[in-house]
Design a protein. Sequence first.
Length: 288
Amino acid sequence: MATQRWHVLELLEWTTSYFEKHNIPNPRLDAEVLLGHLLEKSRLQLYLHFDMPVFQKNLEVFREMIKKRAARTPISYLTNRKEFMSLDFYVDERVLIPRPETEFIVETILKMKSDSSQSILEIGTGSGVIATALAVNNPEWEIIATDICKDALAVAKLNREAHDCDERITLLQGDLFDPIKPLESTRYNWVVSNPPYIMSNAHGSLSPDVRDYEPHIALFAGKDGLSIIRTLIAEAPDYLQPDGKLIFEIGDTQKESVNALLENQSEYKKFRFIKDYSGKDRVVLASL
């Protein structure tokens, strides 16, 4: 990007071409998102102001963003922004980037909302998007969200504050159910989780955007990818009310294995699998 007077449209075209040469999957979209973020304009506004000049101070910042994206740094880490359930969330390298498939967890809970206030326990909250989305939609619900990673909880706290949910969400640090074991008499309507579920030997099959940047503690779960899910299924009944429900996300090839785990756990009265936008079994809902 030689020193010259650049305008929005030609900068988008140059960046798109550069990303194409570096095999970035969505070159035009990424160019638009990055430039729009830098200039604080929507993608539509960029085209409405296609002849607007981009000055040197912004060009210097944009140049660094382009280099990082060409090296496969995820867009969301460059903009520190990700939409989830039509809400804006802060994300960075300390947390997994929320996926659209995870919205099925929130949507399922909201559709089954009862007349009484619900108590929610989320295991492995990460950036806090599930807990926060539930709290925004149901201010009267009681939500506890845990995570083993102190850095992830710092991000969850930022998102909790940004959406005015400080009094609705309690954040606790610790491994799986450990943070709530002092509250042994407490039982919840829901245990919720988007756990790590990728097999440890699948590291090389992931895209560089995921493999090289997203936190491995939020991705990998042992040789079969089920180490965390196995614990969730086994221990959730100890923390659920008699008619409580466990809901969690799985990998798109794990239905058969998870089905077997649930069938071997007599506490669950029934369970079902929910398909994602691609028609793959992605979310499990199990009821006591």
